[in-house]
Design a protein. Structure first.
Lengths: 111, 113
């Protein structure tokens, strides 16, 4: 079946550090890929997405590129802020609007 | 729009009691999803509806769980009888047709004692 694997957290960084959160997926076809973010006490919200190979999703300084050859969709940001502290979920959608989520990665940014 | 609205935000109940969680999707959205989030199992899709019709309930854990969508603006997830292992955060999400973006509510934190 389809699955998503994320790097385990928590990831702890100092403000202005570079962020990478690894995400790889297993799917039978060519799914759409997503990053969702969950701030404390809130529901998930879409951060960015990519629908086909080599697409780059970007939003709020975050980027991720759909790599079919490595089945990956790593999340990056050049300079994190304290306000980026949250849980980040990688997810795929192959059919029927069903999202399959990774386990989530906690990011903590220290000032 | 106010977004997806879930109620209650917190629910504490005793084992064996019936629990009903409520969701109001974003107006005009055709899809509605119920998820459960736990530390052990992460985010799991329980069931989803399209135009008020249940499409896939394969994630519903057992017969104690049931979900309904009597109209386009309201859905319920019921657990009867509740058990301590049902303790989790339950999210509702909705999505408009023609897009694959889901919009999540703030969730209901359920504690079954």
């Amino acid at each position: 079946g389809n699955s998503v694997t994320q790097m385990e957290g928590p990831v702890t960084l100092s403000e202005e550090a570079f962020l990478t959160i690894n995400c790889t997926y297993t799917a039978t076809g060519y799914p759409s890929l997503f990053w969702y973010v969950q701030y404390p006490g809130e529901g998930l919200q879409l951060l960015l997405k990519a629908t086909k190979a080599d697409d780059k999703g970007s939003n709020k300084g975050f980027e991720a590129t759909y790599r079919k050859e490595t089945t990956s969709f790593h999340l990056e940001k050049g300079s994190v802020q304290v306000s980026d502290s949250a849980v980040y979920f990688c997810a795929l959608m192959e059919y029927g609007n069903k999202l399959v989520f990774g386990a989530g990665t906690i990011l903590r940014v220290k000032s | 729009d106010a977004g997806v609205i879930q109620s209650p935000r917190h629910e504490v109940t005793e084992m064996g009691q019936e629990v009903t969680l409520r969701c109001k999707p974003i107006s005009g959205h055709d899809y509605l999803f119920w998820y459960r989030q736990t530390m052990m199992r992460g985010l799991e899709l329980l069931i989803y509806f399209n135009n008020n019709v249940p499409i896939d309930d394969s994630g519903m854990p057992e017969d104690r769980f049931s979900a309904k969508m009597p109209n386009a603006s309201f859905s319920t997830l019921k657990i009867q009888p509740s058990e301590p292992r049902d303790s989790a955060v339950y999210f509702c999400a909705s999505s408009p047709v023609g897009t694959n973006i889901q919009y999540f509510g703030a969730g209901t934190r359920l504690s079954v004692l």
